[in-house]
Design a protein around this ligand. Structure first.
Ligand SMILES: [Fe+2]
Ligand SMILES: [Fe+2]
Length: 206
């Protein structure tokens, strides 16, 4: 866990607060899984990149994982008598997407790095949720997702490395990591996977 390169870490109090409304948290979560599945397919369609070994396998693999996560969240919601809503706002991901530079090769690089960032933060959040959840079904689910999203974070970062040289990639990755913690700190509190918490600061301890 300590090896995650995030510039800010989520306190356990955040998880206790959002878990007070598990249904709304699950509804938000379902939308994120849907978005993540779409994102992988969109990357594959917009940048066919069949010259790149593993590109199609990776994107279809991520899309398949995210679709499975969506089905799992939806099943848990249905069993608890809730259902998905039609509209969903995701100001965190929207703000991150605004950081993507237009025009290749910067655009594909940034899209992969932003995808890696969202996976990385989700992975951190799932681990905090697993630790805080008193509900065994949710706790086990969040723990399993931690591992899956960690794998996605690593594959997106590994693919990004193929689009630029090492020092340029590292510089851009560091910029985006810093921006991510600023953006997260600006989010409102509430039962959402990428919500803020009162008193959040951009880079505690870094
Ligand atoms: Fe997922
Ligand atoms: Fe993922």
């Amino acid at each position: 866990m300590d090896s995650l390169p995030l510039h800010s870490r989520t306190p356990i109090e955040w998880a206790h607060a959002v878990l007070a409304d598990p249904i709304r948290l699950l509804i938000d979560h379902a939308f994120l899984e849907k978005k993540a599945a779409n994102n992988a397919l969109e990357l594959m369609t917009r940048w066919p990149n069949d010259w790149l070994d593993g590109w199609v396998e990776t994107m279809t693999g991520v899309a398949r994982d995210e679709a499975a996560h969506l089905a799992q969240v939806t099943r848990i919601l249905m069993r608890r008598g809730a259902r998905l809503e039609r509209v969903h706002k995701n100001p965190y991901a929207n703000a991150l997407r605004l950081l993507v530079r237009k025009g290749d090769p910067a655009e594909i690089l940034d899209r992969l790095l932003v995808s890696a960032l969202i996976e990385l933060r989700s992975c951190e959040r799932f681990e905090v949720l697993a630790a805080a959840s008193g509900d065994a079904e949710l706790g086990n689910f969040y723990q399993a997702l931690y591992g899956s999203e960690l794998g996605h974070y690593r594959v997106f970062l590994r693919l990004a490395r193929k689009f630029t040289e090492k020092s340029a990639l590292e510089a851009r990755w560091q910029q985006l990591l810093a921006a991510e913690s600023r953006i997260l700190a600006q989010q409102e509190a509430g039962p959402r996977i990428h919500s803020g918490w009162p008193g959040a600061t951009a880079s505690p301890g870094t």
